[in-house]
Design a protein around this ligand. Structure first.
Ligand code: PRX
Length: 604
């Protein structure tokens, strides 16, 4: 930001598009962003007493105050931990406790699907949960969505909750010298789901992360200062951190922030925004593309925008969806990059280079410059290009954007990402520690990687990463539930959605009330994004003789796929009774299922 003041101070850094079309878009110039970030940094330092190395949890919607908050933290060396605004207060509280945050920053409300939601209510829940986990959050700063109004019915706690707009005028015009940080100092935490019930805080470094997202933004996203760049992700996910905030702003581009639902009030909204702001680079997920295609197949043709470049990220994209994106959304004029990467990685791992490498629908492409991916089989043998075999995609080399560690859990970091294919755990050579991404992939003769999906217990719902174990832990808090298993089910729009199996405690009768309770607990402990397709009460779970629950079999039943050999189970008969519950009496035609579902739970 500071770097751009000489040349670009009057250029829009951020254009905020409120969900209600009656509210006009708001532009923040680089100078204005600089002023707001400085004032808020002064507030954080002098009113909250925050200093370099402290952690702050941020639970905010898609508004410009969110990047202002993040950049104010960065200016002080304070580590921000942004929790996706759609996550529940409880999920936010768990993350606040894990990071040891003294301050929570939130907003009173925001618009979603035409409604002004009370968002601050989540803060109170978050603080209670954090306290139970042993962390006292001392201050809650509440931004206001509309000046002079209060979108939240939740009462303020005296001495703890503060309206930002009441305190901020004290710091009017203050300039805070940026605190110089070591390039290895943590910049932020981003919690993500893994194979245990506890989300992990991916710790990203100051220098490497910023260098890497800037490089990816320049060379893969093709961003130049004159571009209007719209990444439709949420800033609460890594894509938003890297490609709404840090990457585009590092390159002095104009970054668009849209508050609401892409199809609100109708299927043309996204294209109206693109036309009005003259967006020329567009970045979204296959789920959004599928949704826009279904709700308004020809809508893009009605608007006079022109994209030079488009990105897809977060899930595998079906070739026919890719073609609609290319022909209808991109009007045959825009290059598409399919970027494969993860929260842990800071920036892209695989993608074609725009205009240099040929595009291949459904395939992410080769490693981006500086990234050397390869595929290993389960035995640790390299799977070669053109073999047609699927295996685990790994990265041979370290790179600047890779996370430093899991916050507070270095051992889990090593075990999760580096132990699997390390041949010599005493080695200090990076060559001996390939990064295990936990995705299945196939490498074609042309060097392009096709990503198949997760090989662990993570479900990719609408491009959002959810841990099956997290959902199961939530289910088990309902006293009537004895056992729970969560599996992914194919969904036409969202890619995958969770389906929940529960076994009740002895002597408890199945009822709609219990199902409602389980639904409710998932929504309150995680968020609406984790809402299952169905909750099935079953008499027993398929288990091995050693008592291991076989999620793979349940996933097969949920997706009408072949269950494979079940004779070695401790209770093979239970499979048929569960099948009837899931599929009905008539045996269904067994489909050849997608690759990730075949391997789901394989490492149990
Ligand atoms: O399975 C891969 C899938 O999303 C996972 C990472 O999710 P998350 O950490 O939330 O980050 C999402 C955005 C960077 C990966 O393990 N994934 C991501 N991008 C792609 C993808 N699958 C296929 N194609 C992609 N382009």
């Amino acid at each position: 930001m500071d770097r751009h003041l000489d040349k670009y101070k009057n250029k829009a850094a951020i254009i905020f598009v409120p969900e209600p079309e009656s509210e006009a878009p708001v532009s923040l110039t680089y100078r204005e962003l600089y002023v707001q970030v400085n004032e808020f940094a002064a507030l954080l330092r002098d009113f909250c007493g925050l200093k370099a190395g402290d952690r702050v949890t941020v639970h905010m919607p898609m508004v410009p105050e969110l990047p202002v908050t993040m950049l104010a933290c960065a200016r002080l060396g304070v580590i921000h931990s942004v929790v996706f605004g759609g996550f529940s207060g409880e999920a936010c509280g768990m993350r606040a406790a894990d990071s040891g945050s003294q301050v929570l920053i939130t907003m009173d409300g925001y618009y979603r699907n035409g409604k002004l939601l009370d968002h601050k209510a989540g803060a109170d829940i978050a603080l209670n949960i954090a306290k139970k986990e042993g962390t006292t959050v001392e201050k809650v700063l509440v931004w206001r969505r509309h000046p002079g109004q209060n979108a939240s019915a939740t009462p303020f706690v005296e001495g703890r909750d503060f309206w930002v707009d009441e305190i901020l005028p004290r710091y009017s015009g203050e300039i805070v010298a940026p605190v110089p940080m070591d390039s290895e100092a943590p910049l932020f935490l981003m919690y993500t789901s893994g194979s245990t019930g506890k989300p992990k805080g991916c710790q990203h470094r100051t220098g490497g992360y910023l260098a890497y997202v800037t490089g990816c933004s320049k060379y893969i996203q093709d961003i130049h200062p004159e571009d209007v760049y719209w990444c439709m992700a949420d800033i609460g996910w890594i894509t938003g951190h890297s490609f709404i905030v840090y990457g585009p702003l590092a390159l002095a581009a104009t970054s668009v922030i849209y508050e609401g639902v892409p199809t609100y009030p109708d299927a043309g909204r996204v294209w109206r925004i693109a036309e009005r702001l003259d967006v020329n680079i567009f970045h979204t997920s296959p789920t959004a593309i599928r949704m826009l295609r279904k709700s308004g197949h020809d809508e893009p043709t009605k608007y006079k925008y022109h994209f030079k470049h488009m990105t897809t990220v977060g899930e595998p994209i079906e070739p026919e969806v890719w073609r609609w994106y290319y022909e209808t959304v991109g009007k045959g004029e825009a290059v598409i990059v399919d970027t494969w990467w993860q929260t842990e990685n800071g920036g892209f791992l695989c993608s074609t280079k725009p205009a240099l490498d040929p595009m291949k629908p459904g395939s992410a492409g080769p490693g981006v410059p500086g990234i050397y991916p390869m595929i290993y089989d389960e035995m640790g043998e390299e799977v070669h290009a053109g073999s047609g075999k699927a295996g685990n995609i790994c990265i041979r080399n370290p790179w600047p954007g890779i996370m430093q560690t899991i916050w507070g859990d270095r051992e889990r970091f090593v075990a999760q990402y580096y132990a699997k294919y390390c041949k010599d755990t005493n080695s200090k050579r990076w060559q001996d520690w390939p990064y295990f991404a936990a995705d299945g992939a196939v490498l074609a003769v042309d060097g392009y990687f096709r990503i198949l999906g997760r090989v662990d217990d993570v479900i990719n719902v609408a491009g959002h990463r959810l841990g099956t174990k997290e959902i199961e832990s939530a289910c088990l808090t309902v006293p009537e539930v004895a056992e729970a298993a969560v599996v992914p089910v194919v969904d036409e729009i969202k890619g995958r959605v969770p389906e929940v199996y529960i076994v009740l405690q002895p002597d408890v009768q199945a009822s709609q009330e219990i199902v409602d309770k389980v639904n409710h607990v998932i929504e309150t402990m995680i968020g609406k994004i984790a809402r299952p397709r169905r909750i099935l009460v079953v008499p027993d779970m398929p288990k091995t003789r050693s008592g291991k629950l076989m999620r793979r079999i349940l996933a097969a039943l949920s997706n009408n796929m072949a269950t494979g050999d079940i004779t070695t189970l401790a209770n093979p008969d239970v499979v048929e009774s569960v099948r009837v519950l899931v599929q009905g009496k008539e045996a269904v035609v067994l489909q050849e299922g997608p690759e990730d579902l075949k391997t789901f739970g394989a490492n149990e």
